[in-house]
Design a protein around this ligand. Structure first.
Ligand code: ZN
Length: 133
């Protein structure tokens, strides 16, 4: 179960670079918050989670299906991940935090991810910049 959430996955790094380039500053992997969120904005009481479509079962995404082989293994395992995500999100909300999920597959359109993040976070302190990819 240790490997379920790799700490520095490359999609996460990509999102971090994007946000940093937009002028946002953040903390990483706060263990004092439910689910140890990937990217944390303490002053905004907001977190951004970068979710792999397979491990977190992205609904309606072609990467989010349960493998046909060994369904008895994958089915419950992946269902537990989804359950845990919901539980963490609910607990964060109870603590007055907001959460945004960036799905791995969304990173093919980085400008859109940038816009969504800006809508969610509000303007960065420094300057506003959407990288053209
Ligand atoms: Zn997806």
């Amino acid at each position: 179960m240790q490997a379920v959430k790799a700490t520095h996955t490359s999609p996460e790094l990509e999102v971090r670079r994007l946000l940093h380039g937009m002028g946002y500053r953040f903390r990483l992997h706060r263990r004092n918050l439910p689910g140890c969120p990937d990217i944390v904005f303490p002053s905004r009481k907001a977190v951004i989670q970068v979710h792999g479509c397979f491990w977190h079962q992205h609904t309606g995404c072609r990467h989010g299906h349960v493998p046909k082989s060994r369904q008895n293994y994958w089915g419950p395992k992946l269902a537990r991940n989804v359950e845990r995500d919901r539980e963490n999100e609910r607990r964060l909300e109870e603590m007055g935090w907001r959460a945004l999920v960036v799905w791995e597959c969304a990173l093919i359109d980085r400008e859109r991810v940038a816009r969504e993040a800006a809508d969610f976070l509000g303007p960065p302190r420094a300057f506003y910049y959407i990288p053209s990819s």
